[in-house]
Unconditional design. Structure first.
Length: 167
């Protein structure tokens, strides 16, 4: 049995943070790594998120707004800027002539690959101290939280490139 002095509030040992504290501090680490990679590649954080969403899908504007949690006018400006840089392009929807879909260009795909590879290396470094079983458990728990939240918002996190109408 642990001594009183070795227990933190809630029965946790001094080496454990609460779920809230742990998630907040972990989110800071992850956001800092992503921001650093974005800056290193001449991108804003929201541009990086956009390119990440587009790596495996071709959403319409409404779907993009939902995925990025932005209003449609903000998404339009974001797409305009990325299009001017040659990173994305608008294509007509085969399901709805009034709608456009957004997809990565070859240049955008190349940039996504560069940023993704560097960011993955940063995250792997963060997790280096964990045994493989803990990494798998972390992945499982994080997936459960994110899939449940996305499902509640009508978002399929595992959707891949499609050509349906979206907005």
């Amino acid at each position: 049995m642990a001594s009183r002095s070795s227990l933190a509030s809630g029965g946790r040992t001094r080496s454990e943070l609460s779920a809230v504290d742990g998630l907040v501090q972990l989110s800071f680490l992850v956001q800092n790594a992503l921001t650093r990679q974005a800056n290193d590649h001449g991108l804003s954080l929201i541009q990086t998120r956009l390119l990440g969403v587009l790596r495996d899908r071709q959403p319409g504007m409404n779907e993009l707004a939902k995925l990025l949690e932005l209003d449609k006018s903000s998404v339009t400006g974001l797409i305009d800027r990325a299009e001017r840089r040659g990173l994305v392009e608008r294509i007509p929807s085969s399901a709805d002539r009034r709608a456009v879909l957004v997809r990565l260009t070859d240049a955008g795909r190349g940039l996504v690959s560069e940023v993704g590879t560097a960011f993955e290396a940063d995250v792997r470094t963060m997790l280096d101290g964990l045994p493989m079983a803990d990494r798998r458990a972390l992945s499982t728990l994080v997936s459960r939280v994110l899939v449940a939240r996305a499902t509640g918002q009508g978002i399929d996190l595992f959707a891949t490139v499609h050509t349906g109408a979206g907005g």
